[in-house]
Write a protein that binds this ligand. Structure first.
Ligand SMILES: C[S@@+](CC[C@H](N)C(=O)[O-])C[C@H]1O[C@@H](n2cnc3c(N)ncnc32)[C@H](O)[C@@H]1O
Length: 213
C-alpha cells in the first residue's frame, strides 16, 4: 500500500539552482516592491524535508535582501510530514557530504560552523525559519491565511491525481492573488485544473491563481 513514508526525503541545498536565481532576480524584487507599504512577507516551504530548501532560501534572503530580515515582518514557515525530518531541520546540523552537495563555499563559511564531524547552521539563520510538522492531506488550520510565496517541491509527484488536486485547491485558499507557488522542476506538467496560470520567471516557472475575470 502507498504510504508517505515510502516517499524519499531526497533533497539538497540549492536544489534546482534556476529556481533560486528566479527567486533572486524576479520573484522577490517584485514581491518586495508590492509589499513595501506594509513591509510584511509570508513564506511557506511545504514538504521541506531536512531543512536544506528552507535554509537555502533563508541564505538568499539574508545575502540579497537584508532589509527583509531586519526592517520587515518576515514570517517564514517550513513544514514536513516527517517528525524526524523536522527534528533534523530544527537542529540545523548537516554532514560533510550534505554540505558539499551544491552549497557554495562562501555560503558555508558565512552561515555554518564546524560541529563534531559535520556542520551547524548559525543562529542568525536558524532563527529566520520556523519548522513544524504538517501533513499536506490533513488540516492546514495552523497556516497563515495570506501567503506570498509557497515552495511545494517534489512532493505532489508521489500522490495520485485526486490528492494533488485536493492540495492544489487548498493552496488557492492560502496563497495571495499575486503570490507565487513553485513546484518541483519535473512537476510543471501537472494538470493544474485551469485554476492556476503558469508564469515564466527567468529559467523557472511559477504559478499564480488564475483570475476569475
Ligand atoms: C523528495 S522530498 C522533497 C524535499 C524538498 N521539497 C526538495 O524539493 O528538495 C519529499 C518530502 O515530502 C515529505 N512528504 C511526503 N508526504 C507528505 C505530506 N503528505 N505532507 C507533508 N510532507 C510530505 C517527505 O517527508 C519528504 O521530506
Amino acid at each position: 500500500m502507498f504510504s508517505p513514508h515510502s516517499i524519499p526525503d531526497e533533497t539538497s541545498f540549492f536544489r534546482d539552482p534556476e529556481l533560486f536565481e528566479s527567486l533572486k532576480n524576479y520573484v522577490l524584487p517584485q514581491l518586495l516592491r508590492r509589499r513595501r507599504q506594509n513591509k510584511k512577507l509570508t513564506i511557506w516551504c511545504a514538504a521541506c524535508s531536512n531543512g536544506q530548501e528552507a535554509y537555502s532560501l533563508a541564505m538568499l534572503l539574508q545575502d540579497h535582501f537584508p532589509s527583509l530580515t531586519s526592517g520587515w515582518q518576515l514570517d517564514f514557515l517550513a513544514t514536513d510530514i516527517s517528525s524526524t525530518a523536522i527534528a533534523r531541520a530544527r537542529s540545523g546540523e548537516y554532514s560533510d557530504a550534505e554540505i558539499q552537495r551544491r552549497l557554495p563555499i562562501h555560503l558555508r563559511s558565512r552561515y555554518f560552523v564546524r560541529h563534531g564531524s559535520g556542520w551547524k547552521i548559525v543562529p542568525e539563520l536558524r532563527l529566520l525559519v520556523e519548522f513544524n510538522e504538517l501533513d499536506l492531506r490533513r488540516s492546514w488550520s495552523n497556516l497563515p491565511l495570506s501567503i506570498d510565496l509557497i515552495l511545494m517541491r517534489n512532493v505532489l509527484i508521489y500522490y495520485d491525481l485526486v490528492t494533488r488536486e485536493l492540495i492544489l485547491d487548498r493552496i488557492l485558499d492560502v496563497l495571495k492573488p499575486d503570490g507565487y507557488l513553485f513546484l518541483g522542476a519535473t512537476e510543471t506538467a501537472f494538470n493544474l485544473d485551469g485554476t492556476f496560470q503558469a508564469i515564466r520567471l527567468g529559467q523557472a516557472v511559477g504559478y499564480q491563481a488564475r483570475s476569475p475575470y
